[in-house]
Design a protein around this ligand. Structure first.
Ligand code: PHE
Length: 340
């Protein structure tokens, strides 16, 4: 009996099935009621207790091995069956592929660049980590200006005054240092300020700043350029108004409002009844800034402006919370799929 068990075990181990029928034969031959293993169990029952003890375990092992082999081969045939033909309900709707779309801030940035591109403005880029010179000193910020404070600006290295840029005016300094007038450039990019996050403020946002330097550039050029931009961006009925303001790097400086794009100036809750909404800061480049950048301020003059892209996007698409732009909520982002 021990011999037979050994032989059958070898047969089980060596067995390979090419087809399902082959496997079924194996089952009948060994494991069915009249199969070889079942017959061995019949024989086992006739043995005396000593012999039973000797072969019982081996016989059980043989049966288990045969069963395992049968199960594993069966599984193999079953799974290859399903991959060789259609399975499931092929009339069900297919899985939809979601396609990405542009972020609203990118859409509006591209539009701003396009409008100024048609006026001959090039696009310039610069580092987000800036030194004191490019972010503050060259731009005429006095030593004690609040923006130079930790409270307003993220300093990476306090001793060397390395900070995350607070505006892309720093890029304009780099352009002025590295090229000669006439200069017409717009600088888009991410900027950082140490602000408490709310619906109207965030610790980072995006800007496009613009710079135009040539001989004889006047405030009238600034005004006409920005009026053109506003009409292109918000529609031909748009009007602008300039309010006196202050920036260290421009003189004179102004805040620009556009007529409220929602109520067209008649007064609504967005413009708080005034008919105007603030959109950007601007002014004539301070001669001290030109001199800092080695541009002859007796020969050249220029204007500059800077706007927050999120702000323009909020006004264009009636978004009421700045935080939505950085939350990555698809329900929000998908609404801009068809926007251009
Ligand atoms: N740099 C200013 C800001 O970040 C914007 C600005 C740019 C104002 C150019 C005037 C001229 O707020």
């Amino acid at each position: 009996m021990q011999e037979k068990i050994k032989e059958l075990l070898a047969e089980v181990e060596e067995f390979k099935a090419d087809t399902k029928e082959h496997l079924e034969n194996f089952r009948i031959r060994l494991l069915s009621k009249k199969g070889k293993i079942s017959l061995l169990f019949d024989e086992f029952r006739t043995l005396g207790p000593d012999m039973k003890r000797e072969v019982g375990q081996k016989l059980n092992d043989l049966k288990n091995r045969a069963q395992e082999k049968l199960d594993s081969l069966k599984e193999k045939f079953d799974s290859s069956d399903s991959s060789s033909g259609p399975s499931g309900d092929i009339s069900l709707p297919g899985e939809t592929m979601t396609t990405g779309s542009r972020h609203p801030v990118s859409i509006v940035r591209n539009r701003i660049l396009e409008i100024f591109g048609k006026l001959g403005f090039t696009v310039s880029d610069g580092p987000e980590i800036e030194d004191d010179w490019h972010n503050f000193s060259a731009l005429n910020f006095p030593e004690n200006h609040p923006a130079r404070d930790m409270q307003d600006t993220f300093f990476i290295d306090e001793k060397d005054k390395i900070a995350l840029r607070t505006h892309t005016s720093s890029v304009q300094v780099r352009v002025m240092e590295n090229s000669k007038p006439p200069i017409r450039t717009v600088s888009p990019g991410r900027t950082y300020r140490n602000e408490a996050i709310s619906a109207r403020a965030h610790c980072f946002f995006h800007q496009v700043e613009g710079l135009y330097i040539d001989t004889g550039v006047s405030f009238a050029d600034l005004k006409q350029t920005l009026l053109h931009f506003s009409k292109e961006m918000f529609g031909p009925d748009t009007q602008i108004r300039l309010r006196p303001s202050y920036f260290p790097f421009t003189e004179p400086s102004a805040e620009m409002d556009i007529s409220c794009p929602f109520c067209k100036g008649s007064g609504c809750n967005i413009c708080k009844g005034s008919g105007w909404v603030e959109i950007l800061g601007c002014g004539m480049v301070d001669p001290a800034v030109l001199d800092n950048c080695k541009i002859d301020s007796t020969r050249y003059s220029g204007f500059a402006f800077g706007m927050g892209i999120e702000r323009v996007t909020m006004l264009k698409y009636r978004v009421n919370d700045l935080r939505l732009f950085s939350e990555n909520d698809k329900r929000f982002l998908e609404q801009f799929k068809s926007a251009l």
